[in-house]
Design a protein around this ligand. Structure first.
Ligand SMILES: Cc1ncc(COP(=O)(O)O)c(C=O)c1O
Length: 376
């Protein structure tokens, strides 16, 4: 198989900076930026005409995005981000007083806050299940299952943020549904990394297109199982409130910038140009190498995770690094090393979470390895 070359030319990223954290906010390719800019220009040339055109264009965009996820378009709605998707799911589920909302200790902080808000509203309780970093699929299910009694929902990452770990969604859905517990899947990182991420039968699945598919920011999807579709409402009450169809109900969110949702399919075409499935496999091999180079330079190791994310790796920080200084360290790395990285913590262990996308090459990780030890 031929090795695909890195394509930084498709992006407008500052070449003076090492961009090693695609996982947080993504990066929008030039072509998509151009489509987005043209849409906004059109909107400002004639706002009335633009808003008249939005509904039909959103329908077309939704169909492409749903097809990318290989999901039924009738159950697929657009939301601004995964946070909104999880919030809409929690607002739909019946949460009885005294019941429990179950998450794991890998859950994204803001998603945990959402669970806490809805638990407070309904006099329910949030339960956090500890899942070790090294747990395999069977252990993950075995650890969560005993906490499902009287659960209003399990909220589980498909790919966790701090630990870049892939969770066994199909098995968790099965065990939850056996006990009548609805499942909300936080698939923020899943589009582009898992081929049919919403196919495992969860009650709600949400994921960001602005991460790995590199769509314009504020483009995410919410996939709702048939039994919940009529009850699921967008967070902003607007003219579509009484629309019987879920996707259309979520399309209208008042006067809003709909251009990113309409431009998003352009990024799917960029993925096609990148030969994405083949490239993703090659990127995995490159980041394996890159993470080893960084870990060697720091004198540490790579987190051993049973099911790794294709495009992210956790490199252990030296034990001398004070995790509470994480924000200050990231700023110094950005300012002094001209590198963008993110640091994560789990179980009192600190990691650099390295990402890779089509604009990165192995040399990027070598450059970080050359510079980082002196700063830490
Ligand atoms: C696992 C996970 N869940 C939820 C989110 C929230 O995504 P957003 O900020 O787009 O709402 C993120 C963001 O990185 C995430 O990684």
């Amino acid at each position: 198989m031929t090795l695909l070359s890195p394509r930084p030319d498709l992006w407008t990223l500052d070449p003076e900076v090492l961009h090693l954290n695609h996982g947080s906010y993504g990066a929008v390719p030039r072509r998509t930026q151009e489509v987005l800019a043209a849409l906004r220009t059109e909107a400002d040339a004639n706002p009335m005409a633009w808003f008249r055109s939005v509904a039909a264009r959103l329908t077309a965009s939704r169909l492409e995005l749903a097809s990318f996820l290989r999901t039924d378009p009738a159950g697929f709605a657009l939301v601004p981000n995964a946070s909104a998707g999880v919030t809409a799911a929690l607002a739909t589920l019946p949460i009885r007083a005294g019941s429990r909302i179950v998450l794991t200790n890998h859950a994204y902080g803001a998603v945990r806050y959402a669970a806490e808000r809805f638990a407070r509203l309904h006099q329910a309780q949030v339960v956090i299940v500890d899942v070790p970093l090294e747990a395999d699929d069977e252990s993950v299910v075995a650890l969560i299952a005993p906490h499902l009694d009287n659960a209003a929902a399990l909220i589980v990452d498909q790919i966790s943020s701090a630990t870049a770990m892939v969770f066994p969604i199909a098995a968790l859905v099965e065990v939850c549904h056996d006990r009548g517990v609805p499942v909300v899947v936080d698939g923020a990182h899943a589009p582009g990394l898992i081929d049919a991420p919403a196919a495992d039968g969860a009650d709600f699945w949400t994921g960001n297109f602005h991460k790995w598919p590199a769509a314009p920011r504020a483009t995410a999807g919410l996939v709702v199982a048939e039994r919940w579709r009529s009850a699921t409402l967008p967070l902003i009450v607007s003219w579509s409130e009484y629309d019987e169809r879920l996707p259309e109900r979520f399309d209208m969110q008042g006067t809003y910038d709909y251009a990113p949702w309409i431009a998003a399919p352009e990024s799917l075409r960029v993925l096609d140009e990148l030969e994405w499935p083949v490239r993703r496999t090659q990127l995995s091999a490159t980041i394996d190498e890159g993470a080893k180079i960084v870990a060697k330079a720091l004198g540490t190791g790579i987190a051993q995770i049973a099911r790794q994310t294709p495009t992210m790796r956790l490199v252990e920080l030296p034990s001398t690094v004070d995790l509470t200084a994480g924000e200050a360290i990231k700023e110094r790395v950005s300012r002094d090393l001209k590198a963008e990285i993110t640091l994560t913590g789990f179980d009192n262990r600190g990691f650099i979470r390295l990402s890779i996308h089509a604009y990165n090459s192995l040399q990027d990780y070598q450059s970080l390895a050359d510079r980082l030890p002196a700063l830490l």
